[in-house]
Ligand binder design. Sequence first.
Ligand code: VGL
Ligand code: ZN
Length: 233
Amino acid sequence: QILTGLGTIAMASLAPKALSAAGKVSLDRTSVLLVIDVQNCFLPGGSLAVKDGDKVVPVINGIAKKFADVVMTQDWHTPGHISFASSHSGKKPFETLEVKYGKQVLWPDHCVQGTDGAALSKDLAIPHTELILRKGFNKDVDSYSAFTEADGKTTTGLAAYLKARKLQRVFIAGLATDFCVAWSALDARKAGFDVYVIEDACRGIDTQGSLAKAWADMNKAGVKRIQSGDLAA
Ligand code: VGL
Ligand code: ZN
């Protein structure tokens, strides 16, 4: 216990609110599962396949049953999108380019609007998903984050949606850990949400040290790193 001028504060009130006695993270009515970019292009055989990307699908299907509120995102680029190496002569995938809003990693063409590659995995089984948010649809601006485009100022509207729905605790899963998951987690923290990244429900791309850097940045920002098994029943 801590004694203060105002009286006694039980230590329990200082413990992370989410952890129950069993060390599990309990969910409540303010909790939302945010499933990032589980789309064919990022799955094995896709144009920007994330290693073992398909392994997240059964994990996500399982944990989604614990959430009353589920939101998904879909990377949704125009043909000739600024993030495609093919849009810049002499550039190859995984090289970088200085653009108006900073350094842009260049990717193989992926998630072009309306294509099969941009479709959500047919193996996702989360019929109670309440919102599917598309991002990266501006030709000249990428958007890894579900909240704010890569220019650092254009909002997707997601923070306002979650706030209007009184969803304060954001649990993130999906692809890729070191890009769209991490950027979404960091922006969610900036917008004032409590943020958990469910590590085994994510897979990373890991180019040029990006995965280790993403976890370091998330840790520093107060993002909680948990496993699917940490969620209370
Ligand atoms: C992503 C690279 C390019 C992602 C999207 O979903 O993490 N990565 N576009
Ligand atoms: Zn993309």
